[in-house]
Design a protein around this ligand. Structure first.
Ligand SMILES: Cc1cc2nc3c(=O)[nH]c(=O)nc-3n(C[C@H](O)[C@H](O)[C@H](O)COP(=O)(O)OP(=O)(O)OC[C@H]3O[C@@H](n4cnc5c(N)ncnc54)[C@H](O)[C@@H]3O)c2cc1C
Length: 272
């Protein structure tokens, strides 16, 4: 059996459409998807292979009866995937990997906060749509344009704050400052956050260091890297140092989150 992250399910573009000014929805279909199944995590992602590139995208809808997978692509400047999604036509072939996700609120969480930029909006939307009735959830969503706001059908107790014009490749994300100034509800909660990697690191540091939260109370993911080419060039310079540090921290018996704290601090120090 191929490794879980190996794109292995053959599919093709069945339809494409404009969801909003900055999002394009592509439906994948094909006999190869008969073996595909959902992980059950609402933020599940697949690796999509197209024209020799592999990129991570969220399964916005999976219809097992029809055998279709819907993916919402952010259309941004630069990037093989964004360009592919902009130009994709019915019949274009792809391979999809198995799906997996990270959204795991602890059982005692009596409120949830979701922070998402445009790339994470499909996951946030699916999370909200799948919440149990009356779950208290606040979504802070950063989108390029007011026209990218979405309306979700849910029985959860939903509050949405839309931020426009920041982040998403148009400048620094406003999500970290927004979180830092937000009075959080009392009692145990859960934060799910995804977006640009630098902003995600700041958000994670706030939860972990400023608020002192345990790692089971949040899942914070970097979905993409601003100024990726410069970042990768600088990373290559410090890669061996970061790898040695990671190996050392792991072998000293530290938890995954403690190791991540140390790696995040080293990346900060390297200006990454
Ligand atoms: C678990 C997971 C789930 C994801 N789900 C989705 C999803 O459902 N929809 C979605 O659109 N994206 C999603 N992403 C993000 C997507 O994988 C990245 O945006 C990816 O880098 C796009 O590839 P690319 O080839 O277009 O750009 P790249 O080749 O990676 O980058 C080229 C240039 O584009 C810039 N760039 C890349 N992504 C963005 C962006 N989102 N906004 C602005 N500038 C960008 C980079 O900084 C770089 O300068 C997800 C990522 C992860 C890890």
């Amino acid at each position: 059996m191929p490794p879980p992250d190996e794109p292995q399910f053959r599919a093709h573009v069945a339809s494409t459409g404009r969801l909003s000014p900055s999002l394009r929805r592509i439906r994948f279909a094909g006999a190869g998807l008969s073996d595909f199944s959902s992980s059950g995590d609402p933020d599940e992602r697949v690796l999509i292979e197209f024209d020799g590139h592999r990129r991570s995208y969220t399964v916005r809808h999976w219809d097992p009866a029809a055998g279709t997978v819907d993916v919402d692509f952010a259309i941004h400047a630069g990037g093989a995937a964004a360009a592919w999604a902009r130009a994709a036509t019915v019949g274009s072939p792809v391979l999809l990997s198995r799906a997996k996700g990270w959204y795991h609120p602890p059982a005692d969480a009596n409120w949830q906060l979701l922070l998402a930029d445009l790339s994470a909006l499909p996951a946030a939307a699916r999370i909200v749509e799948n919440l149990a009735p009356a779950t208290a959830v606040h979504v802070i969503a950063e989108v390029p344009d007011a026209g990218d706001e979405q309306h979700w059908v849910t029985t959860a107790d939903l509050t949405v704050t839309w931020l426009h014009g920041t982040g998403n490749g148009h400048g620094p994300s406003a999500l970290p400052d927004h979180l830092a100034s937000l009075p959080l509800p009392p009692g145990p909660g859960y934060v799910w956050s995804a977006g640009e990697s630098g902003a995600s690191r700041t958000i994670r540091a706030h939860l972990r260091r400023r608020l002192g939260w345990g790692a089971d109370r949040f899942d914070v993911m970097g979905y993409w890297q601003a100024d990726k080419e410069r970042w990768l060039a600088r990373y290559r310079e410090v890669e061996s140092r970061i790898e040695e540090l990671t190996a050392r921290e792991l072998s000293s018996g530290k938890s995954f989150d403690e190791v991540r704290d140390a790696v995040d601090a080293a990346l900060d120090e390297a200006g990454l």
